[in-house]
Design a protein around this ligand. Structure first.
Ligand code: G6P
Length: 672
């Protein structure tokens, strides 16, 4: 999620690099740097903090503003860093160079095998200066590019050889003082755009960076690299096969460009979910479904002896915590309290050395969450923070940190941060369950493999957008909306109502469906909208009864139910014609079938539970149904969130509100 800019051509490079980085600033970053080829080396200037600090450091550096001599070709690259490996600091900022500073690289994403490569390169005499995975790329390329290397003196060939060794998701730009006038760029699961000019070429991680210079662009695909010179661009696959790309012309205005073509950051961030979920899961979920969270330092001892977990968080993060409570309790069989941080801190919480306190915070700066964490620490509890912003206060003070890697979230209403928080909790709960023996290896791996499917299912969930938009239009006409659900559907309802009210200003309330009759039902009258979330097979019959209850009072019900594939006995079923449909046809609900299949499962029935899509059981009950792709019921809230985020978004748009900056609210609440 960092920003990348590269340039080769006659302009003074800083005139392209700095404005380019500024146009990527909206993505958020914690440090910035540039590298320019001068006098046989790449002169690098980099600084932690905002771009102004970099600019101040550049003043008088000899790189600033000096126009290139007539006819000269300049080569440079720049970067804004959003820390993932290593804290934000001058040393960890990009560019990173080889030892003699003749080669420089800027990078987005993660090199997964950096530790292994670093060890190997150190043995071969390379000395590293930063904690980043990026630096490995500079040294590795140098191995092939330097004197006696297999691709000596040919940067593109050396990069190609290095790529064979790199694992992960990355985009990078690399330049060499030994070949000025050339930039090599690479894309593997992280965006990289090439800009085509007259006698110049550009590269960037996002279109906005290049708009002032050119509107003719090429978007590299995964597994492609490009060799850029002022007068020609050669694109190949990693193995060297030439690739032809037709350039496209961008007609976005400035504002659209910042938002990646979306009208609001919130919509952009909703759509980013499949991609960022992959980032969250990467490295922590092995191919066979095994979870690896050794980074927390809690495995191999601490997790096994924890007697209780206390979760504390605010707002949306608290709602993720409610899902986490179920995951830890049902999979790892640990008692969990989930609290609002503002309550936890003042109730003299009963936590101590046998308790693990998990705090969840996108920003890592929320005052109440920080105070809750400190209160837990004072009482001797070990603390684990699930945080998005690297190097934030909560991340620094926690005993262990688990980053969500959702990238910068700009819209005040949290979307991708929330779903990645749930994924983080799912990974941790599975790891705890293995450590404590409450799930066996096969059960845990099966759930891990289900987690792996989620990014693809998220893409399918986004396809409901047009249908959801139509419901949102109607919903926007109302002043009160109820969200109901049971179990994890209730947790999902809590988040859905918050999303709706914070941006559309429609009064919304979430109720545990079974609790309605104890009061709230009095408010359900003719035409009142009720969003009934019914994705949990074992609770489906009960939820349907509650739907009938509100329908009997004249409510307009929008059902949220699952479709697609379920699993019975580990075998996929459904896709519209499986257990769910068959059950509906036979008058039995999917829940009844799933319940029967699941009953009697050993130690942890929760892991073994079969499930079937719930949408068929709702047909004939509810007219308006939003279908969400089915997954294991415990993971379902992460997918259910997507259409409900879209529902809130479109209701707010319909009402003409400032979606990204709702009234009275702030992205990061650093006061009590
Ligand atoms: C604010 C934001 C919410 C967020 C909450 C907690 O209220 O508007 O979107 O959920 O703070 O923030 P955190 O950064 O701790 O997750």
């Amino acid at each position: 999620m960092c920003g990348i800019v590269g340039y080769v051509g006659p302009r003074a490079p800083l005139d392209v690099l700095i404005p380019g980085l500024r146009r990527l600033e909206y993505r958020g970053y914690d440090s910035a740097g540039v590298g320019v080829v001068v006098d046989g080396r790449v002169a690098v200037v980099k600084k932690e903090g905002p771009l102004q600090r970099l600019e101040a450091a550049l003043e008088g550096s000899g790189l600033d503003g000096a126009p290139a001599a007539a006819g000269a070709v300049c080569t440079g690259l720049g970067h804004t860093r959003w820390a993932t490996h290593g804290r934000p600091s001058d040393e960890n900022a990009h560019p990173h160079t080889n030892e003699d500073g003749t080669l420089a690289v800027v990078h987005n994403g993660i090199i997964e095998n950096d530790a292994e490569l670093r060890r190997e390169l150190e043995v071969r005499g390379h000395v590293f200066r930063s904690e980043t995975d990026t630096e490995v790329v500079a040294h590795l390329v140098e191995e092939f590019y330097g004197p006696g290397g297999a691709a000596e003196g040919d940067l593109a060939a050396a990069v190609r050889l290095a790529l064979r060794r790199l694992k992960g998701a990355y985009a990078f730009v690399i330049i060499s003082a030994r070949e000025p006038g050339r930039i090599v760029v690479v894309r593997q699961s992280s965006p990289l755009i090439i800009g085509l000019g007259e006698g110049e070429a550009f590269a960037a991680s996002g279109i906005p960076a290049l708009l002032p210079y050119t509107r003719r662009m090429i978007a590299l695909n995964d597994g492609e690299m490009a060799d850029l010179r002022p007068d020609r661009v050669v694109i190949t696959t990693f193995d060297g096969t030439p690739v032809r790309h037709e350039p496209f012309t961008v007609d976005w205005n400035e504002e659209q460009a910042e938002k990646g073509g979306f009208p609001h950051f919130m919509l952009k961030e909703i759509h980013e979910q499949p991609e960022v979920w992959r980032q969250t899961l990467r490295r922590r979920l092995l191919e066979d479904g095994t979870v690896d969270v050794t980074e927390t330092g809690l495995m191999g001892g601490p997790a096994a002896v924890v007697r209780r977990i206390a979760i504390a968080a605010c707002g949306t993060a608290y709602h993720a915590g409610l899902v986490g409570k179920t995951l830890f309790e049902r999979w790892a069989r640990i008692p969990v309290d989930a609290d609002l941080a503002s309550e936890f801190r003042y109730r003299d919480p009963l936590v101590g050395p046998d308790t693990l306190t998990i705090v969840i915070s996108q920003s890592g700066e929320t005052a109440d969450t920080l105070a809750a964490m400190r209160a837990a620490k004072e009482r001797g509890s070990r603390t684990l923070a699930i945080v998005n912003v690297v190097g934030s206060t909560i991340a620094r003070e926690a005993d262990a940190v688990f980053y969500t890697h959702a990238g910068p979230e700009i819209a005040v209403a949290s979307t991708k941060a929330y779903t990645t928080q749930i994924l983080a909790l799912a990974l941790l709960a599975l790891a705890f369950a293995r450590e404590r023996g409450t799930l066996d290896g096969a059960q845990a791996r099966a759930l891990g493999r289900e987690l792996q499917r989620l990014p693809v299912l998220a893409e399918a969930a986004l396809a409901a957008e047009p249908a959801v938009r139509a419901h949102a239009r109607r919903l926007a006409q109302h002043e009160d909306v109820f969200f109901i659900g049971r179990g994890l559907d209730y947790a999902a309802a809590m988040e859905a109502q918050l999303k709706l009210k914070e941006i559309s200003y429609i009064h919304a309330e979430a109720y545990a469906a079974g609790e309605l009759k104890h009061g709230t039902l009095a408010l359900v009258t003719d035409g009142v909208p009720v969003v009934a979330i019914a994705t949990q097979p074992p609770l489906l019959d009960k939820t349907i009864s509650n739907i009938r209850e509100v329908q009997a009072r004249g409510a307009w019900v929008i059902g949220v139910a699952t479709s697609g594939e379920g699993r019975v006995g580990g075998v996929p079923v459904g896709g519209g014609a499986g257990v769910g449909a068959a059950a509906a046809a036979s008058g039995k609900t999917a829940a009844a079938v799933a319940g029967t299949a699941a009953s009697g499962a050993a130690v942890n029935a929760a892991a073994e539970a079969d499930w079937a899509p719930t949408a068929p059981a709702l047909s004939g009950v509810v007219e308006d149904v939003i279908a969400v792709p089915a997954t294991h019921p415990f993971l379902q809230p992460v997918l259910t969130a997507i259409p409900l985020q879209l529902l809130a978004y479109y209701a707010a748009v319909e009402r003409g509100h400032n979606v990204d900056k709702p009234r009275n609210l702030a992205k990061s609440v650093t006061v009590e």
